[in-house]
Design a binder for this molecule. Sequence first.
Ligand SMILES: [Zn+2]
Length: 285
Amino acid sequence: MSRISVGDFRVTLVRAGVYHWDGGTFFGVVPKTLWSKQFPADEQNLVRLAFNCYVVETGDHTVLIETAGGDSMDDRARGRMKLPPRLEPLPELIAREGIDPEQIDTVINTHLHWDHCGWNTRVDNGVVQPVFPRATYYTRKGEWEHAHLRHPRDAVSYIDTNYDPLVDSGRMKLLEADAEVIPGLGVHHAPGHNRDMLVVTARSGAETFCFFSDLVPTTAHLTPTWVAAFDLYPLECIDTKTRWLGRAARDNWVCGFGHDCEVAFARVEETQGKHTGFKPRDTVA
Ligand SMILES: [Zn+2]
């Protein structure tokens, strides 16, 4: 179990499966000779990644950040990602951490790529139902609009049944500005990976937990220039990352990452050099 206290809040990592993806896409223009030292690739150039979700228990609220990739992939996709025949449902994984999934009253999707909102909904006798029936779901309005643009570059990343039925029923709120969705729980516009991604902060007492999602998908991406090939705005990604990691280092935040298989939590520290860089410290597996 990977769990920390953040002031009066309790933050738990729930890894909803491990998948594989082409290493080159995750590290963009970084030469493989560099990234493969930190991230070993297999014979097909695939690297191991996790679907990371975090549960924040504030005392009054239970918040789920991300809902992973779901389990509706076809056999080809399963083969490509080296997924098992069945992935365990996210509510069961949450229950195994001693948290009642029925208590989740807030779900945040940092963005709507399939691997971040896959357990938002399930299909019951042909009807799409929320997996977390008590919850209000949140994402950014611009992201939902972008999903419907069906741009050839990233249309494949969006599966409308993960969010449209929630928007239609009023369960999903589309945010147009940064907000405190419940006391202490902030969502912040952080463009780069795409136009409208959110970074999430949970603050209690003098402590802050920050979930970077795909802005910093793994601790190997703490070097600001190590951005993924699928990030739509790489220069903006570097700037956003440098700004947010700078705050995290200065204020000693505990951080969580979208797809790290090994590190559940880490603080970050600025490193000296020609360009601003960061490295992890006090990591929790
Ligand atoms: Zn993404």
